[in-house]
Every structure is written in C-alpha cells, then in structure tokens.
Ligand binder design. Structure first.
Ligand code: AMP
Length: 149
C-alpha cells in the first residue's frame, strides 16, 4: 500500500458514522493525511409531477440539499478543533455507488465507515452500504463498529 495521504470517511450523521469519523480523524493526524467527508443524500423516489403535479420537487430537492449542507457544517464545527486539512462533499444518489465514485475521483487511499448506519439493523453483521462497499471497493476499507452493537 502506498502512503496514506487521503482518507475518505462516510458520514450519515449516525452514532456509528460518528465513531468511524473519530477513527478516521485519529489516522489523519497520525499520517498527516487529508480527510474527505462524504455525505450522500439518498435519492428521493422520482415521482416528479406524477401524483401531485402542483408540488415542485426541484424546490424540495433544493431544501433537502440546503438542510444536508447545514448538518455537515454543524458536524464540522462540533468535530474539528485543531484540524483543518479536510474537505466535504455532499452529493445525491445511492450511497455505496457515490462513495466508491468519490473515492476514485479524489484518489483516496482508504475508506472509513461505520458497520451500521441510521437504519439501525443491529441483527445483521453489516448494513447494506457497508457490505456493498467492502465487497466492491478496490481500495482498503476500514469498518468501525459501535461497541454496544
Ligand atoms: P449502512 O450500511 O447503511 O447501515 O451504513 C454503514 C455506514 O455507511 C454508516 O455508518 C456510514 O459510515 C456509511 N453511510 C451509510 N449511508 C450513508 C450516506 N447516505 N452517506 C454517507 N455515508 C453513509
């Protein structure tokens, strides 16, 4: 493995991704690596103008995006004190696909993510995003488990 220069951490604002973030930050400091925080806005089902033509889905999407950006700003304010070697990336789509694409586009050296997200499926070993990324990624993936899972 080449030097660890860029670490992608997948943030869905769950306790599990919080823990993954702490691990990623620890590693970024140790290796002087850059952190790329990625949040994927799950694609709302595309019902544009189908049932309720008077509702603007473009407006709804704009508001969802603005809300996601606010959450990410708050997250960064609360989690970064003495570290500024990071960037954030918010995109709509299917989480595992977007995370893998951004990992490739940003030339990340490692992906860090929680074993579970907001769906809270504690009975399965991995959540579906985690499982798909572990199966499909061509770069190293570090999964971080919440201790109480
Ligand atoms: P899951 O497999 O969906 O239970 O989630 C496992 C981990 O994948 C979470 O702890 C996050 O690190 C990451 N993840 C899940 N959904 C998203 C998302 N929409 N955006 C960014 N990361 C996500």
């Amino acid at each position: 493995m080449k030097n660890l220069e860029k670490i992608l951490v997948a943030i869905d604002f769950s306790d599990s991704s919080d823990k993954a973030f702490n691990t990623a930050l620890f590693m970024a400091k140790k290796f002087s690596a850059r952190l790329v925080l990625v949040h994927v806005i799950n694609e709302p089902i595309d019902l544009r103008g189908f049932y309720v033509p008077h509702i603007s889905f473009d407006k709804l999407e704009e508001e969802i995006r603005a809300g996601a950006e606010k959450m990410m700003e708050r997250f960064c304010r609360n989690h970064f004190e003495d570290f500024d070697n990071y960037e954030t990336c918010i995109v709509p789509g299917i989480p595992y696909q977007e995370i893998l694409t951004i990992a490739q586009d940003t030339q990340a050296d490692m992906i860090v993510l929680g074993t579970h997200g907001r769906a809270g499926l504690d009975h399965v070993l991995f959540g579906s995003t985690a499982e798909k990324i572990v199966r499909k990624a061509s770069l190293p993936v570090l999964t971080v488990r919440l201790s109480e899972e």
